[in-house]
Design a protein around this ligand. Structure first.
Ligand code: GDP
Length: 313
């Protein structure tokens, strides 16, 4: 994994003004906190290193910088921090006046870029659950334009910012984090290739490789990601984890098959301690294939016809 710091872990920095939603994002994505409970979070007032590498495939740290700390205080070793940073996520509260946040964004990314131009700069236009669809697009466009104008004026036109519309109240925050993390995985093209081969040989609709803890998808095949497939797979992970916790059983052999209706089946197969392969299959089931799949599920060793997930069970 690239952008290693002294502990060989890529580091993701989570920055933004106070109350922009940093702690909430971290708690919801990595600690399974229900979004409504973030209302009671105390505001961050220290740099928080959340090392999740012992429970997740993705080895990284989140440094939550409290809004009020002067990031450019000379006693603060930001050079060392930026040198070891893989991705810098800047969170902007889209429900609030964002002019101050834009100033801070500019200051932060321009400093960081001068020290380490290899950082991926990611901007989360956050809390968009409170905005109408038109307002969301307009806010993102406006923030994008202003941030890039500031960079141009400073002669930093090579500094690239990526923008995401996010909210902790839906799957958008997981989707955005997935994209951020994927950029830090050098093996991504290989994983995508393997998933492409897998789906084309088995006739499956969509396959995701998930980090089970966070529900970040580490890779998927190259067909477009449809939010509904992703949400279904996320929900299935929750079901499997809940049941595994009740019975204390989640290991190399864990496997779940959820048949939603005649045409939709979800599969989850443990790959390593932290990773699971989740598959969304939409069948056009003929009676023959349906019988065949049912036989297969009854007796997993039985061979199955083309189009059923042979390689899985
Ligand atoms: P921090 O100071 O940047 O760590 O901000 P917090 O995580 O403490 O969040 C400040 C407030 O924003 C809390 O009341 C959260 O419930 C709220 N919040 C965070 N994310 C969202 C979001 O996606 N949508 C909405 N509506 N509120 C959010």
């Amino acid at each position: 994994i690239s952008a290693a710091n002294d502990n060989d872990q890529p580091r993701i920095l989570l920055l933004g003004l106070r109350r922009s939603g940093k702690s909430s994002i971290q708690k919801v994505v990595f600690h399974k906190m229900p979004p409504s409970e973030t209302l009671f979070l105390e505001s961050t007032n220290k740099i928080y290193k959340d090392d999740i590498s012992s429970s997740s495939f993705v080895n990284f740290q989140i440094w939550d910088f409290p809004g009020q700390v002067d990031f450019f205080d000379p006693t603060f070793d930001y050079e060392m921090i930026f040198r070891g940073t893989g991705a810098l996520i800047f969170v902007i509260d889209a429900q609030d006046d964002y002019m101050e946040a834009l100033g801070r964004l500019h200051l932060t990314v321009s400093r960081a870029y001068r020290i380490n131009p290899h950082i991926n700069f990611e901007v989360f236009v956050h809390k968009v659950d409170g905005l109408s669809d038109d307002h969301k697009i307009e806010t993102q466009r406006d923030i994008h334009q202003r941030a890039n104008d500031d960079l141009m004026d400073a002669g930093l036109d090579r500094l690239h910012l990526s923008f995401y519309l996010t909210s902790i109240y839906d799957h958008s925050i997981f989707e955005a984090f997935s994209k951020v993390v994927q950029k830090l995985i050098p093996q991504l093209p290989t994983l995508e290739n393997l998933l492409n081969i897998f789906i084309s040989n088995s006739g499956i609709e969509k396959a995701f490789l998930f980090d089970v803890l966070s529900k970040i998808y580490v890779a998927t095949d190259s067909s477009p990601v449809d939010m509904q497939s992703y949400e279904l797979c996320c929900d299935m992970i929750d079901v499997v984890i809940d049941i595994s916790c009740i019975y204390g059983a989640y290991d190399d052999d864990s496997l779940a098959i959820i048949k939603m209706n005649n045409t939709t089946v979800l599969y989850l197969k443990e790959v390593t301690k932290f990773l699971a392969l989740a598959i969304h299959e939409v069948f056009e089931l003929t009676q023959v294939r349906r019988n065949c799949l049912e036989d297969h599920l009854d007796s997993p060793k039985a061979p199955v016809l083309n189009g059923t997930p042979r390689g899985l069970v």
